[in-house]
Design a binder for this molecule. Structure first.
Ligand code: ADP
Ligand code: ZN
Ligand code: ZN
Length: 742
């Protein structure tokens, strides 16, 4: 046996793996992620390294291979734990160890450490004053000015001295020579937190909140670290519960990571953590410079903070004693990486927590099917918050049948019910959000008269309209001609579904000329802080109506919003994807949850061509349980996740023919290695976007009940790809249980 080792990850480049012999005294004692001492380089200097895996054959000259000296005495260091996690990720999601390591390890950038210089007074007050008189007497003005500033404030930033007081270095040196003051360097960490600590409002937990906290804490006290799913309606006080749990974990001397879907959209939540944990909390986000990120990681490693908040990558914060990972809005798609390794933060958090004896708390008003499925199977503990913390009522939801609107002669995108309610709110000076559900939009074809949607006969997902004029299934490749007339009612109004936020803004302004309208979408938020500016303006009631895409439905509390209109619920409903129903339910529930967060009761209007679809019916009733039951039945029947597991093998290549041949070989090989194991192979199919930048793409799906079967298949395929030069022209990626089809 040989061990694959990387050397001293914090300083060296990550791009090389070294093999070492395992001496007999260490046989059977080594595991991946372990820190070991190895001779390295020409002088065989003893260095620390991390085992990232094992091999039974040696790729190098055996006589030159060195031996591992010993297991590092320090035991498993923080990096060792993360290396072990990387090894787990590589196994679970595919890709190389180097790719996984790059994901999990804070890498020192070649950036200057920011050094702050300070000038400190060395004299006591009496001596100082004497010296000041002396300078004044000698008419040494700059020295006098500096000394008198130091007498007011015995430690000054050099930058301030230099720039604001306009005192040159020569003067500072003179004071140093005379023993008046000393210039000191102190390494400071860049801290992205600008906000000062504030007092937190005192709250009394509701019974449900207390119960959730108590159950978590009881287990914790018994060192039973588990995974908890908090299913709490919008406004039920989940965030307050997280904060309390973290407070206790931190008081016990351990640290916590809080994952949020996206900083810009959850700014209010982040600020609440600041108010509570002050300088003991830090934040990671994409706008931080590489140096700032690195510094945040080091602050965590050195015990300078207790809480790290950030998007999924914050999961790899190198805390010395991680005690808790919170994942807010755990159903969000952003928790799945779109880069290799395509890991899911939820599963990876659970894996990390297990390795480090920590707990995981997931929270959502609309838990993912995955999380609820596991909670029902007893793998996660379910904590429910059924009521809003202030006992505000949930919004009243109206469902409007757009087919009926058309029959009644209303061709506007705003139904008569919605128009009536908008007028009412404008009158009362209350605010309105109009939400256009564009996510998952993939050109599905439907009938505006009867609501019929063209679906794949094999996969029960909607077909997409392609530029070649055909209707295509992105799962199995099924193709058919586009119909001219609706097969259900014979109407001519069958076609692609389209509408945009700009158009809606225009229509609202036209119908309600006095309304002040703000729009939030990709276009209006492109500039820096674009989100915050629009949200702040709306919060300050500088507008009556906010029109936007799903960005506007997340996490914001606008107490004066009492009406939410969902203009075309079907847009996400018929995305060509088995998660379309789930996503629609989530979006509609979150959107309806925006109405009536203050004292006034809210109303929501859902406009749809499919008022009888279970995702719409259950969202309108705000009945998660009913939705879950229907949806899980569909997944069972079709064998989709979480009931079964799905592995997408994405293959891309410049040459279309090579790609096709490659896919054929892969499929044949997969069929061969699966043997009698019941793995279904689907495709290769053309993904939604068949070509990007002149690179052709195809996708092959493997479906089976057990995840570990898919992992084994992935490992075999990876080996097969590696030894066959024919695949060199192709890029092949694995995606386990993808969030969308390709
Ligand atoms: P969620 O995260 O479930 O949407 P939040 O934690 O944001 O809910 O709570 C919604 C609002 O209610 C917040 O302003 C929060 O401070 C407040 N809140 C939560 N719990 C309580 C409580 N027990 N007493 C008073 N206010 C509360
Ligand atoms: Zn029809
Ligand atoms: Zn199909």
């Amino acid at each position: 046996m040989f061990a694959n080792i990387i050397i001293d990850i914090t300083h060296e480049k990550l791009d090389k793996i070294f093999q070492y012999k395992i001496p007999s005294h260490l046989e059977g004692r080594l595991t991946a992620g372990m820190e070991v001492v190895v001779p390295f380089g020409r002088g065989n200097r003893l260095t620390k390294g991390y085992i990232i895996g094992f091999a039974d054959k040696c790729d190098y000259d055996l006589t030159k291979l060195k031996e591992i000296q010993d297991i590092s005495q320090k035991g498993i260091a923080i990096e060792g734990k993360l290396v072990a996690l990387a090894a787990w990720m590589k196994e679970h999601y595919g890709g190389t160890m180097i790719q996984a390591l790059k994901m999990v390890l804070p890498i020192r950038q070649q950036e200057k450490e920011k050094v702050k210089k300070k000038l400190r007074l060395l004299l006591d007050e009496e001596e100082g004053k004497k010296k000041l008189d002396y300078y004044l007497h000698k008419n040494q003005r700059a020295r006098a000015r500096l000394l008198s500033a130091l007498l007011d404030d015995p430690v000054l930033d050099y930058e301030l001295v230099n720039k604001k007081l306009n005192i040159p270095l020569s003067v500072v040196r003179a004071l140093e020579e005379q023993g008046v003051a000393v210039l000191e360097s102190e390494r400071v960490y860049r801290n992205p937190v600008k906000q000062k600590e504030q007092v937190q409002k005192q709250i009394t937990f509701t019974e449900e909140q207390q119960e959730a906290i108590a159950r978590f804490w009881q287990d914790y006290g018994r060192q039973q670290y588990g995974v908890y799913l908090i299913h709490g309606v919008t406004g039920s006080g989940k965030t307050e519960v997280y904060i309390e749990m973290i407070r206790r974990v931190a008081a016990a001397g351990r640290q916590a990571i809080v994952l949020i879907p996206e900083i810009a959209l959850t700014f209010q939540t982040v600020m609440r953590f600041y108010r509570c944990f002050g300088s003991r909390v830090s934040i990671m986000h994409s706008r931080l410079s590489a140096g700032e990120r690195y510094d945040q990681m080091m602050r965590a490693k050195e015990g300078k903070i207790d809480v790290m908040i950030g998007p999924r990558s914050a999961l790899f914060t190198p805390f010395p004693d991680l005690g808790l990972v919170v994942i807010d809005e755990e159903h969000e798609n952003t928790y799945k990486s779109e880069q290799v390794p395509r890991y899911h933060a939820r599963e990876t958090a659970v894996a990390r927590a297990k390795m480090e004896h920590a707990s995981v708390v997931l929270g959502s008003a609309t838990p993912s099917l995955e999380a609820m499925y596991r909670a029902k199977a007893g793998r996660y503990r379910l904590l429910e918050l059924k009521n809003r913390s202030g006992h505000q009522e949930m919004a009243e939801v109206h469902t409007v049948d757009l087919r009926q609107e058309l029959k009644n002669g209303n061709r506007s995108i705003l139904s008569s019910k919605l128009q009536e309610l908008i007028a009412d709110r404008l009158e009362k000076r209350e605010q309105i959000m109009l939400f256009l559900n564009r996510r998952g939009y993939a050109g599905f074809v439907s009938c505006r008269e009867c609501g019929y949607v063209v679906k794949c006969p094999h996969c029960d997902v909607s077909l997409s309209y392609h530029r070649n004029g055909k209707l295509v299934c992105h799962y199995c490749g099924h193709e058919e001609e586009k119909q001219e007339l609706c097969p259900q009612c014979g109407s001519r109004h069958i076609g692609e579904f389209r509408a945009g936020t700009e158009k809606i803004e225009e229509i609202v302004k036209e119908q309600f000329p006095r309304a002040r309208v703000l729009r939030m979408d990709m276009d209006t938020t492109r500039e820096k802080d674009g989100h915050e500016k629009i949200l702040a303006a709306f919060a300050n009631e500088e507008a009556d109506v906010l029109v936007g895409t799903q960005m506007i439905v997340k996490g914001h509390d606008f107490p004066n919003v009492t009406l939410v209109g969902i203009l075309a619920a079907d847009m996400s409903l018929y995305a060509d994807d088995y998660r379309a129903g789930e996503r629609t339910f989530q979006l509609l529930t979150q959107a309806a949850g925006r109405a009536g967060r203050g004292q006034k009761k809210g109303e929501a209007v859902i406009q749809t061509y499919s008022p009888k679809h279970y995702a719409i019916v259950t969202a309108a009733a705000q009945d998660y349980k009913a939705f879950y039951e229907e949806e899980i039945r569909y997944r069972e029947v079709m064998g989709y996740p979480p009931v079964e597991n799905l592995l997408a093998v994405l293959v891309s290549c410049r040459e279309e023919e090579l790609l096709e041949t490659g896919c054929r070989f892969l499929k044949e090989y997969a069929l061969r290695v699966k043997g009698s194991v019941p793995v279904k192979l689907i495709g290769p199919a053309s993904p939604g976007i068949g070509k990007i930048n002149d690179i052709y793409r195809k996708v092959l799906y493997l479906k089976t009940e057990r995840y570990d079967t898919l992992v084994r298949m992935k490992n075999r395929l990876e080996q097969y790809i590696e030894v066959n030069a024919g695949f060199n022209t192709m890029r092949i990626q694995f995606d386990f249980n993808p969030m969308h089809v390709f």
